[in-house]
Ligand binder design. Structure first.
Ligand SMILES: Nc1ncnc2c1ncn2[C@@H]1O[C@H](COP(=O)(O)OP(=O)(O)O)[C@@H](O)[C@H]1O
Ligand SMILES: [Mg+2]
Length: 402
């Protein structure tokens, strides 16, 4: 393969290790400076130029995009995607992971531990938000900080309010997060490549610092992860659709709490602490995935017209409950069952002998009208956990004393 490592730091440890690992496996690897690319947007002919010359063919790209050039870097990665080149992490996934709120919002609907977090804009919402995440002390965090900068511990409500207000007036978006004190200045960094954790370390903050970032003087030690931490790291990487990532988890009283997922994790700290060849694992993952560049399924289906994907529980659909797929003949109706999920099990590409049970969840592809006819008319309501606080949406008087 011919691999492009997109990086501004040719001499950096991570870049060098990726080049070495690629060469050791018989590939060509070139480090190209992200900011020396220019993009050509033309009908049916997306193209890239490097130092003003048309870029030659590459089989794969490893993006190492620094936080300061996110916008330009992601434009370049996106252009490679339009050209059908495999990228180790997709631009959309990198963009999601860059924003600490956006990423944990996406994680929150899955069974993945995250610190209780609030995001509010109105001044009057700050104190209730602090209360909802468990009260002070509380963490206030800018959404796109790195290396511990922009992560502040507020000891009391007055300080928390002042920090939020100051940052907001400086046009910074901030979130309010429960301070996981039992983690005591320590956290876990797990490197997930593909669908497995290839290396993990604990980072421990120095002195009375609560931030364990290596850039804040945190020291590192190799750890063997508990299965719960391993499962959480892998799920987080999968949900955010990253092939290469560093998942940061606090060690909460109830287990792992994902704070953020980094799409260009540094390799020096982790390889130094664990002795694992992480760069090699990244190259091997690319070898296995290079034939599967991005496909935007929703978009393709829309372009086809009239077809779509639907997922629904089997609930009050007598015509299919308890029946074998061969007896229903969905194919004749232009519907194909892709996966049947039953509890923790999944039957992928089921065949005629597979049966549909009440309570199964079906993932189907098919003609939209036929899908609509098949789906339950009314979906069972999701149970919501009990929380304190009444609804405020009918109170048009707000807090004007009414
Ligand atoms: N909610 C929290 N509770 C306790 N410690 C936290 C919390 N959030 C962050 N930290 C500490 O601060 C460090 C930096 O926070 P993080 O969200 O990872 O931002 P950055 O992108 O700057 O690394 C973490 O590694 C952790 O040690
Ligand atoms: Mg971090």
């Amino acid at each position: 393969m011919k691999i492009c490592i997109l990086s501004r730091a040719r001499k950096a440890y991570s870049t060098q290790r990726l080049v070495e690992a690629a060469k050791a496996r018989g590939h060509r690897a070139l480090v190209l400076d992200t900011l020396k690319f220019s993009i050509g947007v033309e009908q049916r002919d997306p193209d890239l130029y490097y130092r003003s010359k048309r870029l030659s063919h590459y089989d794969a790209v490893i993006p190492r995009i620094g936080a300061s050039i996110t916008f330009y870097g992601l434009s370049v990665v996106r252009q490679f995607e339009q050209m059908g080149v495999y990228v180790a992490n997709e631009s959309l996934a990198i963009a999601r992971s860059r924003d600490k709120l956006r990423s944990i919002q996406i994680l929150s609907r899955h069974d993945i531990g995250i610190p209780p977090t609030a995001f509010a804009r109105d001044k009057n919402d700050v104190i209730p938000a602090i209360e909802r995440v468990g009260g002070v002390p509380v963490i206030v965090k800018v959404l796109e900080g790195t290396q511990g900068v922009g992560v502040i511990l507020a000891e009391n409500v007055k300080i928390a309010q002042a920090i939020v207000e100051t940052l907001q007036s400086a046009r910074q978006n901030v979130l309010i997060q429960k301070f996981i004190k039992e983690s005591k200045g320590r956290d876990i960094r797990a490197i997930v490549v593909g669908d497995r954790v290839v290396a993990a370390m604990r980072r421990v903050a120095t002195g009375d610092e609560f931030r364990s970032n290596v850039h804040r003087g945190g020291r590192t030690e190799a750890v063997t992860l508990d299965p719960e931490y391993e499962r959480t790291a892998i799920r987080a990487a999968q949900v955010l659709d990253l092939r290469v990532s560093g998942v940061d988890m606090l060690e909460g009283a109830d287990g792992p709490q994902v704070m953020e997922v980094n799409s260009s994790p540094g390799l020096e700290g982790i390889e130094g602490a664990t002795g694992v060849d992480v760069a090699g694992a990244i190259i091997e993952d690319i070898e296995s995935r290079v034939l599967f560049p991005e496909v935007n399924l929703r978009q393709r289906l829309r372009l086809t017209g009239g077809f779509g994907i639907a997922e629904f529980p089997v609930h009050n659909i007598p015509e299919i409950e308890g029946k074998k797929l061969s007896d229903i003949d969905l194919m004749a109706r232009n519907v194909q069952v892709i996966t049947i999920t039953r509890g923790n099990e999944a039957i992928h590409t089921p065949n005629g002998n597979d049966e549909i049970h009440t309570g199964d969840v079906l993932l189907c592809y098919g003609e939209l009208g036929a899908l609509r006819a098949l789906m339950p008319k009314e979906l069972p309501k999701k149970k919501r956990r009990k929380k304190t606080g009444q609804t405020g949406e009918n109170d048009s008087q707000g807090n004007q004393g009414g």
